[in-house]
Design a protein around this ligand. Structure first.
Ligand code: ADP
Length: 414
């Protein structure tokens, strides 16, 4: 079934299950920030968005955007409880009035669901306990997500609240794809395996690709390249993830803003021997000081591209490393799929950098994809960027993780 979208003006495939009318309040709570959006689940229409930053630090900042107007509030926001007070105050002052908007649910983005959560769940005490147990799998992300859930449950006790996991979409990966060749005791005792992330984005974009190709989702094989500050590639076979570039943590795979992607597993031991580096130091460097930041001195791809265009050698090398890694993963995932129908670029870099897209697709001719350079340069919103003769289609598809979370929440409740 196709639905009209008030948000992007494009139809979106309903991946099955009916969708409640009425908005969902989507919450993405991190350790020091909280993003929210009031989204109409059936149409994707965004009724308000907000970003609360510097939680727990001085000079908290809250932005609330409704009907194209941004309302900024500056005040200290010591914790997540204060952040939710600000959220409620912003809705009360600038609208829409939450009482009359009557959200049907709150949908929380949760980064890591481990092997426990293969789909969206209604949050209760048991789910919260399990989420707390999963913290070691995503120590940088899950604690913020949990803090958001705990306060939302207190602030909105009458609304059903659901957890939508970044990992859940990848729970369809076969054992051959998710198993690491490490000692059995690690796998059994500590659930060491690949999980994958950005699941809501890969699910949304791969559905859109099937719609754009006018093919049933079940018969469409796509490699989705989600390229933002975090980046991952996913092989989607008939609507199901069968492999992805990220693994146990969001560090693996592609080169990212501050994360390195794939590395030799011998690296921590080597640095410990030659530099006396401790594991916490190593962990910090891999999460915060690697990727584009390490290669070009800036984690922001746009800045790196500006420096590259100005002749900066380090920025040039950073771009080449990013493209090389992308080509390598794209080729591998195409072989995993066996038959490839489409390649889709999404998220901040994927949606906005024709240079990056061209560099990847020009090296992917072996797969049967032929770039339409003009369409690529002019791409705005959902755009086919391969020629009519191309055996494999290539698209730019703006992702919409908030709508996907709202759809998930709404489907679970109906
Ligand atoms: P996040 O993972 O934080 O959601 P985004 O999807 O917003 O990240 O992507 C952020 C990245 O997109 C940044 O590296 C930014 O420089 C890049 N980006 C945004 N706009 C452009 C642009 N016009 N050209 C190139 N890169 C861009």
């Amino acid at each position: 079934m196709s639905m009209p979208s008030a948000a992007g003006g494009e139809p979106v495939t309903d991946a099955g299950g009916s969708v409640a009318s009425g908005p969902v309040l989507v919450i993405n709570a991190g350790s020091s920030s909280l993003k929210y959006q009031l989204v109409q689940a059936d149409s994707g229409q965004s009724r308000a968005t907000g970003l609360i930053e510097r939680i727990g630090l001085d000079d908290g900042l809250a932005r609330h955007t409704v009907e194209g107007r941004e309302h900024v509030l500056e005040r200290d926001i010591p914790d997540h409880a204060a952040a939710f007070e600000v959220l409620a105050a912003q809705f009360a002052e600038h609208g829409p009035d939450l009482q009359s908007a009557a959200p049907v649910a709150i949908g929380h983005r949760v980064v890591h669901g481990g092997a426990k959560f293969a789909s969206t769940v209604l949050i209760d005490d048991e789910v919260l306990t399990t989420l707390r147990r999963l913290v070691p799998l995503a120590p940088l992300h899950n604690p913020g997500n949990i803090a958001g859930i705990e306060v939302a449950l207190e602030t909105f006790p009458d609304l059903p609240q659901v957890a939508v996991f970044d990992t859940a979409f990848h729970q369809t990966m076969p054992p051959a794809a998710y198993t690491y060749a490490v000692p059995l005791s690690w796998r059994q005792t500590f659930n060491i395996r690949a999980y994958g992330f950005h699941g809501t984005s890969h699910a949304y974009v791969s559905r859109r690709v099937a719609d754009l190709l006018e093919r049933p989702l079940e018969e469409t094989n796509t490699v989705v390249l989600h390229l933002g500050n975090g980046a991952s590639a996913c092989a989607v076979e008939g609507g199901r993830s069968v492999d992805t570039s990220m693994g146990l943590s969001p560090l693996g795979g592609l080169v990212m803003g501050t994360r390195p992607g794939d590395l030799d597993p011998g690296l921590p031991a080597h640095l410990s021997r030659v530099a006396g580096m401790t594991l916490p130091e190593f962990d910090h460097a891999l999460n915060k000081e690697s990727g584009l930041k390490a290669l070009a001195g800036d984690s922001d791809f746009r800045q790196v591209m500006e420096r590259r265009e100005a002749g900066d050698e380090a920025a040039g090398l950073a771009f080449d490393v990013v493209v090389h890694r992308l080509v390598r993963h794209l080729g591998a995932l195409a072989l995993v799929l066996g038959r490839l129908d489409a390649i889709a670029f999404t998220a901040g870099i994927g949606e906005n950098s024709p240079t990056l897209r061209a560099a990847v697709l020009e090296r992917a001719g072996l797969l049967g994809v032929e770039l339409d350079a003009e369409a690529n340069d002019a791409a705005q919103g959902e755009t086919r960027i391969s020629t009519a003769a191309s055996l494999v289609a290539a698209f730019v598809v703006p992702t919409n993780e908030e709508w996907e979370i709202a759809l998930e929440a709404s489907r679970l409740l109906t």
